[in-house]
Design a binder for this molecule. Structure first.
Ligand code: PXG
Length: 465
């Protein structure tokens, strides 16, 4: 076979891709007809494709390239580590310098008594670890029946069997016999779509109290933990009303259940602090991390665990671990990523400058005829598309039809902005400049205008009954 390079014709790359590469979350047959966009390089917030187009990456890859593309320091860190010690494990009473240094640094950054890290290679693995951690913790405390974990509908916690069970994505549960036993889902705090006639404050309280109702129904002695993303990411950047988290906090304390904050997207500067839990004043016992930990330059994730939980787990052998738990190259790259985020003041800059600026520009989109609410926390934002702002109506067409049209128009305008149903979401690299934010908004508005034209032409502006 010929060497596959960036210089192969796009059509040939697309043909080989469709023939041999199974894509995640993709209808492979349809992909074969259209062909995937081939990304060949990137720098800062800009991607380049095989046709030579420059594309503004409004999603930081998959919510992960916090530092932006093309940082040579991270490549150098990987190169140095590969030469020195490309691999060693952390089983059987061994350790190595990068894993020690990274664990200690994460413990320093994490709030409160979250001082212990169990490493994995992804957020999915880390959440699988969390299921086992929680259940083993309660078993060690003499309460093995506390094996139920409560989560939320439309949450995303990963794609392995355990983590997808924690997640509340109905289309994922519909395939492969999910969820596993012992996972219970309550409603999400999505006021725009589900708030009905309640004020956001009333709705936030009502949705939080579903946790209390679930605990009472299942039995307070049966529930081990509640897991949630500080801001739901893949569910559409759903920002809970202000009343929600304080009430959740009250309930988990009242019943003594563990709180797991899934920080896979919110962590490492995304919300303007090191962790989303700090931005939203959440006090978890366990945090899931991945993505921004290495800015996506290496696959790495983990669970940050409190003194109390780690102490209890440590009393016995925890029969759990991955070949690549604490992989030295991934740890070295993550450490370098954290150094740069810190020393260049990137997290502080997000909080003090970039987030307020993006917020003012993002919220200006709310005057567009298609846009209902515009929500944003730090550098993660969403807009709800609607045929009727006053009633917060959904479109008559199947959910996602309009969002898909808008995503296509973004693509055509060389902007990566995702759709989740009929919400559009952004999560750009944290290093995005003011000029690049202006450019992002300009392209988003153009895409919205083109979407609006197309919806009118195709009779898709009808509201659902
Ligand atoms: N928790 C959260 C909150 C996530 O967003 C995971 C766990 C799983 O991480 P891994 O590394 O196993 O993928 C995620 C991942 C999307 C999309 O379409 C989002 C994620 C992954 C893939 C697609 O928005 N988030």
């Amino acid at each position: 076979m010929n060497k596959i390079t960036n210089h192969m014709p796009t059509a040939e790359l697309q043909r080989l891709d469709a023939a041999h590469h199974m894509h995640p979350f993709t209808a492979q047959g349809a992909l074969g007809e259209k062909g995937a966009r081939v990304i060949t390089g990137a720098s800062g917030v800009w991607l380049t494709d095989s046709e030579g187009r420059r594309i503004l990456d409004g999603m930081a890859g998959l919510w992960c390239v916090n530092l932006g593309y093309g940082r040579e320091e991270l490549a150098d860190a990987a190169y140095r580590q590969m030469k020195e010690l490309p691999y060693y494990n952390t089983f059987f009473q061994t350790t190595h310098v990068p894993v020690v240094a990274l664990a200690a640094r994460i413990a320093e950054l994490a709030p409160g008594d979250l001082n212990h890290v169990f490493f994995a290679s992804s957020g999915s693995e880390a959440n699988d670890t969390n299921i086992r951690l929680v259940r083993h913790y309660w078993a060690m405390k003499g309460q093995p029946q506390r094996d139920t974990i409560i989560s939320r509908r439309n949450a995303y916690h990963g794609s392995s069997i355990g983590s997808a069970s924690l997640g509340g994505m109905a289309p994922m549960h519909a395939q492969g016999g999910l969820p596993i036993p012992g996972i219970h889902h309550i409603g999400q705090p999505n006021w725009w779509a589900e708030g009905g006639d309640m004020t956001p404050e009333e709705f936030g309280l009502a949705r939080a109290r579903e946790l209390e109702e679930a605990i009472e129904r299942i039995g307070p002695d049966r529930v081990g933990a509640f897991i949630a993303e500080p801001v739901q990411g893949a569910g559409g950047v759903i920002v809970a009303p202000e009343t929600y988290w304080p009430e959740i906090q009250r309930i988990v304390r009242k019943y003594g259940i563990l709180l797991i904050a899934d920080e896979v997207i919110c962590g490492f500067g995304r919300t303007g602090n090191w962790f989303g839990s700090q931005t939203l004043d959440i006090r978890p016992d366990i945090m899931t991390i991945a993505k921004g930990l290495s800015s996506g330059y290496q696959p790495i994730g983990g669970s940050i665990v409190s003194d109390e939980v780690a102490g209890m787990i440590g009393r016995d052998e925890f029969n759990h671990g991955y070949t690549y738990s604490g992989h030295p190259v991934a740890c070295a790259v993550a450490l370098e990523n954290l150094r740069i985020l810190d020393e260049e003041g990137i997290v502080d800059r997000v909080r003090e400058h970039t987030a307020p600026y993006l917020k003012s520009r993002w919220e200006s989109l709310a005057d567009h005829p298609l846009v209902g609410e515009a929500k944003i926390v730090g550098l993660m934002g969403s807009i709800a598309l609607t045929p009727d702002k006053a009633t917060r109506a959904a479109f008559a067409a199947d959910a996602g039809t309009v969002g898909f049209v808008c995503r296509e128009r973004c693509f055509a305008n060389d902007l990566v902005m995702r759709h989740v149903g009929d919400r559009m979401v952004i999560s750009p690299p944290l290093v995005i400049s003011d000029e690049e934010i202006d450019e992002l908004i300009l392209r988003a508005r153009r895409a919205l205008d083109e979407t609006h034209d197309r919806l009118r032409a195709e009779g898709l502006m009808e509201a659902a009954a």
